[in-house]
Design a protein. Structure first.
Lengths: 257, 747
């Protein structure tokens, strides 16, 4: 085997991925917008994700060791002091960065970028070095320190469309890839080339009681997300790192007067 | 497992890594045209996703009555989402509602009828057959009925609506006992009593937050725990960003910042117990500054005379300028709405406070208007929901009757007074005087543990029923609840159990209640309602099928119909301000205890669900446990750090909990979440944290008969012990990182 040549092929591929607009050539660029002016921090999305993606119940002891697994979580930040104190909530999940630091980190290419602009994790290739979690500036990668079990009969709830992960594997938000897959299958069955806007709804977006989240293909200028992204309140988290996330947040607005 | 040294392990990992890279390169070299490998996270090409079936039913995790859709694969429930066509939830659902799967598949469910074999309170239960248990209860009740002693049978349930409520009522009515009561800790009894005084209508109206421009909430955590959180959240999202160029504003008045307080533009920490007074202060300015010009302006002016901004400012500890500004905004907003709930309606002045808030709505002229208070003039089905809510007074009467030996059989369904009421009520002790306690329950909670016989009920996901949301949505709505999976264990729907008892008891009961199952009963009642409404264009069976599929029936559009606009006279007459009376003297107990409903566990009913135990509390990020919150200044004065175990003591009792320093809490207040501290209720709930109800002094708001659970003073003592509070938060300040958005404001 010619190691040198093949390695350079990979380097070349990664360079391509980093080029601005690379993913626009493909069919979809899955993007999410989260309006922080609507978000109340109620955590409906957190449970929705847990139910949809077979996230384990880690138990009190593991929680105390910071070994919880929550693909989406609500981060909370205080501003000011009593009595002028404010609380800011921000749902934090995998940002599906176009220039994802985690993808460069993995020694076995267990995490990579797919043609839809998703950052995906290949569980059966992951060897658990946890390098990706170190590289991720958003801290949204979760490691299975144990093979978690469900107290019988809680396992009957598990979603048959999603793999249950085992010890030694890194996992994270997939943008509910099983729902994307289902929507694509449905489109194919209907002889449609493309998935319609609003046909793919990840579990968190579906549950959101204030309709703060939107999901869709930002390559489609008519999609709801494309319009939401143009909002002047829009920003990406830790923009200065140039990770080009696929999640655009809309800043909380302030009351007049 | 064999012993592997760290060095060996690293070698194995290294070898695996090289192998994997080799594998990638190998595949790359022979199959150039494939873009890398297919990862397992994407299912293989030949994998065909299964077909899921969705059944619509009704959520029972709180009293909102959201319509839900349950995803079924291979006969198992996989996910719960909001029912998109249901007007309450509109396709959305909160964390508690989605955790309904943990109720259905809970490992600690009661799986068969149980008896304690005469040893009450030991926690030992033995299986017994349905036949035997129903015969025992049936003959006991039947004998009492023949002896004309049926009033010695009492029925206590949790919040029950729809035709199950009617079934219970009919059952007790036919027995000849009028002692059927409901007790739900979260039921807004004081608010309802106040609305009856102000508006003359004995129901909870619809609060149209969606179309409001200014929402002034006095203690009501409308986004987290108050009445109908999902519906309010939908309305909140719309109010904020759903109307181009018109962003609604919210103000929250409460001593401890709740979820709604965090969402609010302004958080006003008035002195606990004076929230109603603040409302009257605002009302005073509304009238004196000419924001209200109704014909009864002079009467308002007279009654509000005493509540000048300076007087109110001194009592509430809110600056005069701030009160004036709130009043100006409230008076000038196109659609201003004021709501009351939480601790504001849990003082000894609960009804007075809620009436004061109603006065604001009167003065804003929002009654019957979009963005105001809409009365549900036309209810689906004639039964008025909530009329059987016992309130605290009803529970006290029951306790008294039990103590006096007037109760022979106590049937308890889905209500846990031992946990959710203060010990001062004496419910637990009074049970000793009751010869037969029967629990109809899915879980062995504290009250069920005291039962002699346990009749295991199906969960709501396995039962037939129906529901009328309370409050309604402004137009007639009724939802059907249907089993989404087959019954898991040897359990029965509670309606079927009651109908079985009807047949056991015999006499005229089976004639009057001939239905075999709850399904039959519900369907018959729906048929009657259908025929009454005179929709003859469709036959009933077709209608029933359609309603079952949709999970809900409604008549939208009636909302703008006749609205009763009550005059202000009754509100004016009812305005008083007895300050909330706190138990305990200020010298002995310098702090005010502020218990609040947990956003995830609610009043404790969610504590047996692992998803909710693992759900970080929205404002503190704490999981699995209890804590006591103190303002940083108060904590510093007392020399308390986070994690110090405190003994929180009140005139009613004491508990030990770790301290948590919480920035958005009024100094001089100690706040504790309700929900933990179970002594039973399964593996996830038991022996975890403390129950603040153990600290609450028995005080009653005499105008509603409701428990004044936010009117107790407390003191804290640092025990010197330490306990780790398990929370997910690390750094809780942005520290200059622009995580919540860039500082240079565009919006």
């Amino acid at each position: 085997m010619k190691w040198g040549n093949d390695l350079s092929t990979f380097v070349e591929k990664f360079r391509q991925y980093l080029k601005p607009g690379y993913y626009d050539e493909f069919d979809y660029h899955w993007t999410m917008t989260i309006d922080l002016d609507r978000c109340t921090g109620c955590e409906a999305c957190v449970v929705a994700c847990q139910a949809e993606n077979n996230l384990p119940i880690v138990g009190e002891k593991r929680y105390a060791q910071n070994r919880e697994i929550k693909w989406i979580r609500i981060e909370r930040y205080w501003e000011g002091e009593y009595p002028d104190v404010k609380m800011g909530f921000i749902p934090m999940l995998c940002q599906h960065c176009d220039a994802a630091p985690c993808e460069i980190a993995c020694p076995v290419f267990a995490t990579y970028h797919n043609q839809d602009g998703l950052n995906t994790q290949i569980y059966n290739r992951c060897i658990g070095t946890r390098t990706c979690a170190v590289y991720c500036p958003y801290e949204v990668r979760y490691f299975n320190w144990f093979t978690y079990t469900w107290d019988e009969p809680l396992e009957q709830q598990l979603n048959p469309d999603v793999t249950v992960r085992e010890k030694g594997v890194m996992e994270k938000c997939t943008f509910c890839i099983q729902r994307i897959r289902l929507a694509k299958d449905n489109a194919k069955d209907d002889d449609r080339r493309r998935v319609r806007d609003g046909e793919v709804v990840p579990a968190c977006v579906q549950s959101c009681p204030t309709e703060a989240m939107a999901f869709g293909d930002s390559n489609d200028p008519e999609a709801k997300v494309s319009k939401m992204m143009k909002d002047p309140r829009g920003y990406t988290v830790l923009e200065e790192l140039n990770t080009t996330p696929s999640i655009v947040y809309l800043k909380k607005a302030h009351a007049e007067s | 497992m064999s012993k592997i040294s760290r060095r060996d392990l690293l070698q194995y990992i290294g070898a695996g890594g090289i192998g994997a890279v080799g594998g990638v390169l190998y595949s790359e070299s022979i199959e150039r045209d494939v873009e890398l490998l297919i990862p397992q996270v994407v299912p293989p090409e030949d994998y065909s996703p299964g077909i899921a079936t969705w059944y619509n039913t009704v959520c029972n995790q709180c009293s909102a009555g959201c319509g839900i859709s349950v995803r079924i694969r291979e006969g198992k429930a996989k996910k719960i989402e909001g029912n998109p066509v249901h007007p309450v939830s509109q396709g959305r659902l909160c964390a508690r509602g989605q955790s309904g799967l943990n109720v259905l598949y809970n490992p600690d469910r009661i799986r068969e009828p149980l008896t304690n074999a005469g040893q009450r309170g030991t926690g030992n239960f033995y299986p017994i057959s349905w036949d035997e248990v129903l015969t025992t209860i049936g003959s006991r009740i039947g004998r009492l009925k023949i002896e004309n002693n049926a009033s010695r049978v009492r029925l206590l349930t949790g919040r029950v609506r729809g035709h199950l409520d009617e079934l219970f009522a009919q059952f007790m009515g036919l027995l000849g006992s009028d002692h059927y009561q409901q007790y739900d800790f979260t039921y807004p009894s004081a608010l309802k009593a106040a609305n009856k005084i102000s508006f003359g209508i004995d129901q909870l109206p619809y609060y149209d937050i969606k179309n409001a421009d200014l929402l002034l909430s006095f203690g009501a955590d409308y986004l987290g725990t108050w009445i109908s959180p999902v519906h309010h959240s939908l309305a909140y999202g719309h109010m904020r960003q759903g109307r181009a160029g018109r962003r609604g504003k919210t103000v929250q008045v409460e001593p401890r910042m709740s979820l709604s307080g965090a969402a609010a533009d302004e958080w006003v920490a008035a002195r606990p117990g004076t929230e109603g007074l603040l409302a009257l202060g605002i009302a005073h300015i509304l009238v004196s500054d000419g924001h209200y010009n109704g014909s009864d302006r002079d009467q308002w002016s007279d009654v509000l005379q005493a509540y000048s901004p300076s007087a109110v400012s001194a009592e509430t500890d809110i600056s005069e300028g701030n009160i004036r500004q709130l009043a100006r905004e409230f008076g000038t907003s196109k659609a201003a709405l004021a709501i009351a709930g939480g601790a504001t309606t849990a003082g000894t002045n609960a009804v007075a406070s809620a009436v004061a808030v109603n006065a604001l709505n009167h003065l804003a002229g929002n009654l019957g208007q979009p963005g105001g208070i809409i009365f549900n003039s036309d209810q689906a089905f004639s039964a008025t929901p909530g009329t059987r809510q016992a309130g605290m007074q009803g529970i006290l009467d029951l306790v008294e009757a039990m103590e006096a030996g007037e109760v022979d059989v106590l049937l308890v369904h889905d209500s846990n007074p031992i946990f959710s009421l203060p010990d001062g009520v004496g419910f637990r002790q009074a049970l000793d005087k009751v010869p037969l306690i029967v629990a109809l329950s899915s879980f062995r909670d504290e009250t069920t543990e005291q039962a002699d016989l346990i009749l295991p009920t199906n969960t709501y996901l396995e039962s037939w029923g129906d529901d009328v949301p309370d409050p309604g949505v402004g137009f007639p709505v009724a939802s059907i609840s249907q089993p989404v999976v087959t019954t898991l264990y040897d359990t029965l729907p509670v309606g079927d159990i009651m109908l079985s008892l009807v047949r056991q008891i015999g006499g005229e009961l089976p004639m009057a209640m001939p239905w075999r199952t709850m399904e039959e009963f519900v369907k018959e009642r729906w048929r009657e309602e259908y025929e009454k409404r005179g929709s003859a264009d469709q036959d009933f069976e077709a209608f029933w099928q359609a309603a079952l599929e949709a999970g809900v029936w409604g008549q939208p559009g009636v909302m703008t119909g006749d609205q009763i606009v009550p005059s202000g006279a009754s509100t004016i007459a009812a305005i008083t301000n007895p300050a909330s009376q706190f138990a305990g003297s200020e010298t002995d107990y310098p702090l005010v205890l502020h218990p609040y409903l947990s956003a995830s566990l609610l009043d404790g009913r969610g504590a047996n669900l692992p998803w909710l135990q693992e759900l970080p509390d929205p404002l503190t990020s704490v999981v699995y446990g209890s804590w006591a919150e103190l303002n940083p200044a108060t904590a510093e004065d007392l020399g308390i750090r986070e994690g110090d175990v405190l003994e929180v003591e009140t005139p009613a009792g004491s508990v030990s909990v770790p301290a948590l320093i919480f920035p958005a809490l009024r100094p001089g207040v100690v706040a504790m979440p309700i929900g933990q501290g179970h002594t039973a209720y399964g593996r996830y709930a038991r022996n975890r944290g403390a129950n603040p109800m153990d600290l609450v002094s028995m005080q009653i708001d005499d105008r509603s008969g409701d428990l004044a659970w936010a009117a107790t003073r407390a003191r804290v003592r640092n025990t010197g012990e330490r306990l780790q509070i398990i929370k997910t938060d690390g750094v809780t300040r942005t520290l200059g990182r622009q995580i919540l958005g860039p500082k240079n404001d565009h919006a």
